[in-house]
Design a protein around this ligand. Structure first.
Ligand code: SF4
Length: 281
């Protein structure tokens, strides 16, 4: 079922397209101010922060957080498009909130949380509270919009960035109920609301506490994932490939010292896709 504000926003934007309404200039100014702040933050601020446990990283695999704390210099360089990509996310959030304001939807804008999680002080900033529920705004690629943010369960399957724990922490920190995600497709501007009402917040927070303990107790490094047997038409080739969760990990070349990126050993395609092998038979 659609969020009521989702339907209102679609109707409002249709009216903008059809010249039936206009965004007031004071709201446009608010959007511009938010975008100016984002420019300062992304291009003129200190974007590289010292490691600390935050709502935005506590849901990531423990092994990556271990590297962040203990071997940050082993991270691969971020690509040059990273900063523009981050900025685009901020722009999308600013415009989305401008649309909410233009529709006179009452919401609590960005607020700070300061939460004690088993002795660790977790601070951060949530995106908005609407109808008593804490929501996050996410900009997504076309693939991610369609597949990852199809619904709560599909996000739970692909939650490498820990969006679910992040929202649970915001809910704990604000005392507001868990809401969901306003997701905007960066490819074409469409948007939707993905509810997190199925979340078992206690179970999610238990995992968060376990991550806090793992990092703070300086436990020995342990990979969260194992190599995957390569298969072709249901049969194993004997080769082992990198787990999919590790593909985008910036520590993969230190974590696995034998990654070989080779054309697929089993594909029959003229141009076989590239595969990251851990070992060959
Ligand atoms: S490469 Fe995989 S196992 Fe290693 S730290 Fe990254 S996510 Fe964890």
């Amino acid at each position: 079922m659609n969020h009521p504000v989702e339907l209102l926003a679609q109707a409002y934007l249709k009216d903008i397209v059809n010249n039936k309404t206009k965004m007031d200039s004071d709201i446009i100014e608010t959007v511009v101010n938010d975008i100016r702040d984002a420019l300062h933050r992304q291009f003129a601020g200190e974007t590289r922060q010292e490691f600390r446990l935050r709502p935005s990283n506590l849901g990531r695999p423990k092994c990556q957080l271990w590297f962040d704390k203990n071997k940050p210099s082993k991270a691969s360089d971020l690509p040059s498009n990273f900063v523009i990509n981050m900025f685009l996310g901020d722009v999308v959030e600013a415009i989305f909130k401008g649309v909410l304001r233009a529709m006179k939807v009452e919401f609590q804008d960005n607020g700070k949380i300061d939460l004690d999680v088993d002795g660790e002080n977790i601070t951060g900033e949530y995106d908005l509270i609407l109808n008593g529920k804490v929501d996050d705004v996410k900009s997504a690629s076309a693939w991610s919009y369609k597949h990852k943010f199809d619904n709560y369960n599909s996000l739970a399957e692909h939650d490498a960035f820990g969006y679910i724990p992040q929202l649970a922490i915001y809910s704990e920190g604000t005392g507001a109920d868990v809401g969901g995600w306003w997701v905007i497709n960066k490819g074409n501007g469409e948007f939707k609301y993905v509810t997190a009402e199925q979340m078992d917040k206690d179970a999610v927070m238990k995992d968060v506490r376990s991550t806090v303990a793992y990092i703070n107790n300086d436990e020995p490094f342990e990979r969260c994932y194992e190599p995957i047997p390569e298969t072709y038409r249901g049969k194993e080739s004997g080769n082992m490939v990198l787990p999919k969760e590790c593909h985008f990990c910036k520590y993969k070349y230190d974590c696995w010292d034998n990654i070989q990126e080779l054309p697929s050993k089993v594909s029959q395609a003229k141009e076989p896709p590239m595969v990251e092998y851990i070992s060959l038979a």
